[in-house]
Design a protein around this ligand. Structure first.
Ligand code: SAM
Length: 289
């Protein structure tokens, strides 16, 4: 551990942020590589006296910050960590960095299934880092969950993240194409959640390089119109859901009405487009008959 004065640290921090970037990314760097937790960072900003201890020196931290700024390299990948809801998750370039707007998907489930003690059987299709499934398993300790992904490397990360939060085995991980790993659970699921790749091809080509050059294409690209994967998920959902089981999907900002239509065509009821905190119809939900 290296000891420096808070005053020197704050001067250095101001200089780093003046080069660019945002406070939130800087906080990730300080927490994950510098060893200063976000709560300690808040305390320092209130009281600038005394000393603090760093796991790495300021030059090293500055070099990572420069790499982040110069190459648009996401700080979460450089640090190997991201924060999502109340979770601290390992991430590598094999998984999408879970987005803040996706956090709401867990609240949608919490609103539908109010009793935390209920024994839900849920599946998440395309789990990536495992964020959604882990949050649900922790919220519903008596539930059984299945988290799937097409990419075994992504699943390894999700498994590691789960093992950091739970020693239980009520969340299982399977590799495979959308519904394929769930063949033996037809008609048994209370809930299916998915944040599938939904970016239309043209939009994908124009994504900022910080996303396009670093995040997995398989996690983002949803075919020509962005709905390729959503169609497969919605069309087969009736085979796997229990009667009155729920399907909760995240979609692109302008896909809500189209996803709603797909749900209607596939005999879902109680369909609703749920807005995110920016007022965008980010989620479409429905109940199978
Ligand atoms: C948008 S990411 C979502 C990751 C995570 N659930 C989240 O919300 O941060 C989509 C995920 O779907 C996975 N995926 C892509 N195509 C798939 C397929 N055909 N079958 C299963 N999973 C797939 C990707 O590997 C990726 O992890």
């Amino acid at each position: 551990m290296l000891c420096i004065s808070v005053e020197e640290f704050l001067f250095w921090k101001k200089k780093q942020l003046s080069k660019g970037g945002d406070q939130q990314s800087f906080a990730v760097l300080l927490d994950c590589i510098g060893g200063i937790s976000t709560s300690d960072q808040n305390l320092i900003s209130i009281n600038s006296e005394g000393n603090l201890y760093l796991k790495k020196d300021l030059d090293f931290l500055g070099s990572i910050w420069d790499k982040h700024l110069l190459e648009s390299h996401p700080i979460q990948y450089l640090c190997g960590i991201t924060f999502w809801r109340d979770l601290k998750l390992k991430v590598t370039e094999k998984v999408l960095i879970p987005r803040p707007e996706t956090e709401l998907i867990v609240d949608i489930v919490l609103n539908i299934f109010e009793k935390k003690s209920q024994k839900l059987f849920f599946a998440e299709l395309g789990t990536g880092s495992g964020a959604i499934s882990i949050a649900l398993t922790l919220s519903y300790p008596f539930s059984d969950g299945i988290a799937t992904d097409i990419d075994q490397d992504a699943l390894e990360i999700a498994i590691k993240n789960y093992s950091n939060y739970s020693k239980q085995s009520n969340l299982k991980f399977f590799c495979g194409n959308w519904w394929r790993p769930l063949e033996s659970f037809k008609g048994k699921l209370d809930l299916v959640i998915s944040n599938p790749p939904y970016i239309p091809k043209d939009t994908y080509e124009k994504l900022p390089i910080g996303i396009k050059n670093f995040e997995p294409k398989v996690a983002l690209l949803g075919g020509e119109d962005g709905l390729k994967h959503i169609r497969v998920i919605v069309q087969k959902a009736p085979l796997f859901l229990k009667k009155k089981g729920w399907l909760i999907l995240e979609n692109h900002f302008d896909q809500g009405e189209k996803v709603k239509q797909l749900l209607i065509e596939n005999k879902f009821t109680s369909i609703e487009i749920v807005k995110d905190l920016s007022g965008i119809g980010r989620f479409t939900i429905g109940r199978y008959k």
